[in-house]
Design a protein. Structure first.
Length: 173
């Protein structure tokens, strides 16, 4: 078939069953400019399956492949970045300087400080006592914006070992 002739979508062969059964996130309204591709739906389904998990790009690729979803590493990294820019995921750099992604919380939760386990990388939003901290951060960001700075973000994290990992470590001896 000449390169200039395109086969209509309806006459193309159906995808193989393994590829057709990619897990799909419930249909959600995506921000303008973000297409609902198989990869987008698979990444969102993965992130929604454990909202407190903070995954690196490498971990996302491995998890998708375990679910039977073919994943190109570069495509996944670009998609994670687009989902973070769109506000569907949050991007954090952990203590080892690894970029990790979590499912974005509500606007109020995004300002909440969080605890990150250095062993399992679970992230827990800290609610107790967070209101004064959020108010202070809002004032700082407003002052920076008034000075002409743009695209401001703040990330307040406490790092340590979560109770589950500490208990598991103590059991190992």
């Amino acid at each position: 078939m000449p390169a200039s002739v395109r086969t209509p979508r309806s006459s193309r062969a159906a995808p193989s069953p393994a590829r057709a059964t990619a897990p799909a996130a419930p249909e959600r309204a995506l921000p303008q400019g973000l297409r609902s591709t198989r990869a987008t739906r698979a990444v969102l389904a993965l992130m929604e399956s454990d909202p407190s998990a903070a995954r690196s790009g490498t971990e996302v690729v491995a998890a998708l492949e375990r679910r039977g979803v073919p994943a190109n590493r570069v495509t996944v990294y670009r998609l994670l970045d687009r989902l973070a820019v769109a506000g569907l995921l949050e991007r954090h750099v952990d203590g080892q300087r690894v970029t990790r992604y979590t499912l974005a919380g509500t606007p109020a939760e995004r300002w909440a400080p969080r605890f990150e386990c250095t062993d399992c990388h679970r992230q827990i939003r800290i609610a107790d006592g967070a209101a004064p901290l959020r108010a202070a951060m809002r004032r700082v960001l407003q002052a920076l914006a008034a000075a002409g700075h743009e695209q401001l973000a703040a990330d307040i994290a406490v790092q340590g070992r979560c109770a589950d990992c500490a208990q598991a470590g103590a059991a190992r001896g």
